[in-house]
Design a protein around this ligand. Structure first.
Ligand code: PHE
Length: 481
């Protein structure tokens, strides 16, 4: 107990020191923070990865496990990171050292992770731009022709140019700053995104199609397949695999262990109710993921049956264009709206990851925002070019420890997502749960009247359950179960 008091005194001393320094950039209030953080959380993970996992993992069963994990596992990690940021008022690179000098190395992890992800996320942003442009010019037919996708990524210049356009948009927003850039654009983009998702969902509910065998399937049948749990052939092993999928997805979807939530937390005003804001981000992110499934799964089911739903990662880039094609001209319009929505989701996520790296170097080296953005986005772009070339002149096939065959993008993705992120999150739990004290952050969470009803659960999760679950997740990166 005494040591906690000492810690608290020590931190309060430092807090006033920090306050005395010049005002830190910040979001204007709770809403600005929630929209920006939700903008980060809602990304390709929600729209592309969540639906295909749900389709593969027994629909409603996956949903159920996902939601239970969201309010326990996801909540614990998310609130911890945001509180670390707000408490320390530091970018990710220096935030961990603020809590314990010997643990300052964790800052480097949370600098390196987003620095690895940013370049390839921009490349995927470029792919989305390609699809959007194809629909915008009413060439949706092209998108379903054989080899459209591979032909594109294997060409040398086009992916680089589109990646550059995407990266310049991100650069501009981050360059403008926290309130005038990130918050301002999130306030426009996020509501637009919600409207588009709801529109396509509504549409996908009401389509129907009769196939060559005379079988008619409707969007509502598809929705039932998505929502109703499928217990067929369920074994303990399969249940655990689904739980692992859900956990990995949640981890990625909430933008945890990427330094982002620490950076955004550091821009949150002390007058904002942190716990409530975190609840809202979680609800927003989960809702968009569930709606994305409702938007994609029924349309694919109607035209391709349950077989089509097994399309896996190709669901978005290959199966959906086929569906849009079957819908005629209207399909082109839906395709356009769909890829614009995906583009919006990708931009706000890429912006957050660039901001995380920028916040790190700004606070560590005292650089200005402009200098930090120029250097980080500039060097990041060089890496993006390397990733693009990994599909043509530098093509190779590298067997990853989990059995997949990867190119440069997959290697970046594997090292960051499967290895470094779980390690960072486990060590964060150890630092806050055991080395310092979770009580320290609870004070931060309760600052503005948040009734922390899940406090007991939070302690148990942070100290025991979450690190254990993450260790299993980490092991799956090396061992195939
Ligand atoms: N949460 C994001 C998603 O679902 C993941 C992400 C965020 C990736 C930020 C990169 C940068 O897509």
């Amino acid at each position: 107990m005494r040591s906690i008091c000492r810690f608290v005194r020590h931190f309060d001393g430092e807090k006033s020191e920090i306050m005395a320094k010049k005002e830190r950039n910040s979001f204007s209030g709770s809403m600005g923070f929630v929209l920006a953080a939700a903008g980060s959380a809602v990304g390709l993970g929600n729209i592309w990865r969540f639906p295909y996992l749900a389709a593969r993992d027994g629909g409603g069963l996956f949903l159920l496990i996902y939601i239970v994990l969201a309010v326990t596992f996801g909540f614990t990690l998310l609130i911890t990171e945001v509180a670390i940021g707000r408490r320390s008022q530091q970018g990710p690179l220096t935030a961990y050292g603020y809590f314990h000098k010997k643990w300052a190395f964790l800052g480097w992890f949370s600098f390196i992770v987003p620095y690895i992800i940013y370049p390839y996320y921009c490349v995927i942003g470029g792919w989305v731009l390609k699809y959007f442009a194809t629909y915008l010019s009413f060439n949706g037919k092209e998108a379903v022709s054989d080899g459209f996708f591979t032909g594109f990524i294997m060409s040398q210049w086009e992916p680089i140019i589109l990646t550059a356009i995407f990266a310049i948009m991100c650069f501009y927003i981050v360059y403008r700053g926290v309130e005038k850039g990130i918050e301002k654009y999130s306030r426009i983009i996020m509501p637009a995104l919600v409207i588009m998702v709801v529109f396509i969902c509504g549409y996908s509910m009401f389509i129907s199609h009769t196939d060559a065998n005379g079988v008619t399937r409707t969007g509502l049948d598809g929705a039932a397949v998505y929502f109703l749990p499928n217990f067929e052939g369920l074994t303990l092993r399969r249940f655990l695999m689904i739980a692992l999928d859900a956990m990995g997805q949640l981890f990625y979807s909430l933008s945890i262990a990427m330094g982002i939530m620490v950076a955004y937390g550091s821009y949150m005003k002390r007058s904002v109710n942190l716990g409530q804001a975190v609840d809202r981000i979680e609800i927003f992110d989960t809702l968009i993921a569930v709606l994305a499934g409702l938007m994609i799964i029924p349309v694919v089911y109607v035209f391709m049956g349950t077989e089509g739903m097994k399309a896996g990662p190709g669901l978005m880039f290959i199966a959906l264009p086929n569906v849009f094609d079957s819908l005629g001209v209207f399909g082109t319009v839906i395709g356009m709206v769909f890829f614009l929505m995906v583009l919006f989701a990708a931009i706000t996520s890429a912006v957050s990851i660039l901001e995380a790296i920028v916040a790190s170097v700004k606070d560590k080296f005292g650089w200005t925002r402009k200098k930090s953005v120029l250097i980080m986005a500039g060097t990041g772009f060089i890496w993006s070019v390397v990733v693009c070339l990994g599909y043509n002149i530098w093509y190779f096939e590298y067997p990853l420890p989990n059995g997949a065959i990867g190119q440069i993008l997959d290697i970046f993705d594997y090292v960051s997502n499967n290895v470094l992120m779980p390690v960072l999150a486990i060590l964060t739990c150890v630092l806050i749960g055991w080395v310092v004290s979770p009580r320290l952050l609870v004070g931060e969470m309760r600052l503005n009247g948040y009734k922390f009803t899940r406090k007991g659960l939070y302690f148990v999760m942070l100290k025991f359950v979450v690190p254990l679950m993450l260790t299993v997740l980490l092991l799956t990166a090396f061992i195939q179960f």
